[in-house]
Design a protein around this ligand. Structure first.
Ligand SMILES: C[S@@+](CC[C@H](N)C(=O)[O-])C[C@H]1O[C@@H](n2cnc3c(N)ncnc32)[C@H](O)[C@@H]1O
Length: 192
């Protein structure tokens, strides 16, 4: 595991001016995905550069896991946050990264609000929410996608931290103080 994780982090560090995940986020996400059952399903909202999808896919490789990610690739705010990705190059970068890692990912190129109609209820083992970080949209993603997760599945998301007040507010409001936890040294929240 350590070696694989290091390879993933080194790969993205060499290609991006800023990483979408912290080192501990990579580690915690890997740990969550490594426990997904055989022939299970992982779903992500917010493909971005693919840091999180590569991590989950490599952790669950060879177990017949179906991997789906949702992203409209229509947002121009990468540059303003210090990433060397433009609105025009985002999709190509994502695909390039999937090709490098030999991953077969189903990509739904649309708004998460509409893509949710294509996902069956109680079909997902691990849901990772990392799309819009605006309060109302995070809230909508959690509400729309919660029913998609199996009873014993994991519902989690990224960026529960001060610099993303919209994420914190939505998660706090929906789950309440005792309804979720934040994984150690990371900004990944998980529904209890
Ligand atoms: C923080 S980035 C995701 C980073 C990615 N998880 C990674 O590790 O590389 C957020 C992504 O969500 C996408 N996004 C934002 N709002 C969305 C929406 N309403 N529907 C679909 N995708 C959305 C953006 O295009 C962007 O690529």
């Amino acid at each position: 595991m350590e070696e694989q994780l290091k390879e993933i982090i080194d790969y993205f560090t060499a290609r991006l001016t800023a990483l979408f995940l912290s080192e501990e986020d990579f580690r915690q996400l890997y740990d969550l995905a490594v426990n997904v059952q055989e022939n299970g399903r992982i779903l992500e909202i917010g493909a971005g550069a693919g840091c999180s999808m590569v991590t989950m896919a490599i952790a669950s490789k060879t177990r017949g896991i179906e991997l789906t990610t949702i992203d409209l690739f229509q947002y121009a705010n990468y540059l303003e946050y210090g990433y060397n990705i433009t609105k025009e190059s985002a999709l190509d970068k994502f695909l390039e990264n999937m090709k490098f890692w030999g991953l077969d990912i189903k990509l739904l190129r649309e708004q998460s609000a509409s893509a949710c109609k294509k996902i069956e209820d109680k079909s997902v083992d691990l849901l990772f929410i990392d799309g819009s970080h605006q309060y109302s949209e995070v809230k909508a993603d959690i509400i729309n996608y919660s029913p998609k997760v199996k009873n014993e599945g994991i519902l989690c998301g990224h960026d529960y931290q001060k610099c993303h007040p919209g994420v914190r507010k939505a998660v706090d409001e929906i789950f309440g103080k005792n309804g979720f936890r934040v994984l150690k040294n990371s900004s990944i929240w998980v529904k209890k």
